[in-house]
Design a protein around this ligand. Sequence first.
Ligand SMILES: NC(=O)c1ccc[n+]([C@@H]2O[C@H](COP(=O)([O-])OP(=O)(O)OC[C@H]3O[C@@H](n4cnc5c(N)ncnc54)[C@H](OP(=O)(O)O)[C@@H]3O)[C@@H](O)[C@H]2O)c1
Length: 270
Amino acid sequence: MTSYVIVGASRGLDYQYLKTLSASPSNIVIGLARSPAPVQSKVSADNLPSNVHILHGDLTDPSSLNVAAAQVSKITSGAVDYLIINGALLPYETAHLGPLDFAGNEQAFMEELNASMSTNVAGVMWTVNAFINLVKNSNVKTVIFISSCMADTELIGITGIAAAVPYAVSKAGANVVVAKYAALYKSTGVVFLALGPGFVQTQAEDPDNVPPELAAVQDAFTVAFRKYEPGLRGPILPEESVRMQLEVIKGITIKDSGKFLSHLGTKKML
Ligand SMILES: NC(=O)c1ccc[n+]([C@@H]2O[C@H](COP(=O)([O-])OP(=O)(O)OC[C@H]3O[C@@H](n4cnc5c(N)ncnc54)[C@H](OP(=O)(O)O)[C@@H]3O)[C@@H](O)[C@H]2O)c1
């Protein structure tokens, strides 16, 4: 059996990981969510197989992650093959704001920056610290942090996207945290990777019926992203992103530890 722990498992790419991975009976898939009951109900409603387990875990609460690691250890007999840290704070209401928009509104910026750093940077550290001994006990020894193209400075320069500052800064910070762990664990064979998932349709309930406001935001991002990748059609579906991410994850070795790659398996983000 191959064990996967997906941290942040309630919706979007996180939940897609549960669906995709649980389709293989040789996998044990454990999702951590800050509100496990509704996720468990969704898992039952969607008839996901019995190899899916949902536990409580909050990226901002280290003790919840330590408790979850102890519970995971019992389910997987003390080892975790793949730890995938997917959950993140994505403040969509302020995602259109650039650095100058916070002039005179510094407190709002600091509140969002602190919340983003707490979930998206410190949360990654608390998760790795809680699970690293289980990862070391596996033969696979792989830790994946789901990053973002918004943290890629080349993409920022080419697209001119100046918005989503706290989110992008936190994702860039977590990429550095990943590199720090890679440096720390190089001799033990644990592989750490920051992985961009591409531009993915995760916010619409029905991808064939995207609400106009969301469609307008996605269209604006598509136009900007086309300066970086002219052939971009628009956001891809979660199924496609997760399938491509898993191909990358299966192909990495210790030589890749600490890198920031995308679902394409390269430094090109889209
Ligand atoms: N969609 C894209 O185009 C895109 C692009 C680049 C990167 N990403 C990255 O991909 C990952 C998934 O994004 P998504 O689009 O699927 O986002 P999403 O649909 O908004 O899902 C965010 C997930 O994070 C969880 N989460 C938030 N705060 C948490 C906490 N404190 N503890 C545990 N879980 C927490 C949420 O759980 P709750 O339901 O409890 O809130 C939810 O499951 C994120 O890391 C994001 O930065 C996405």
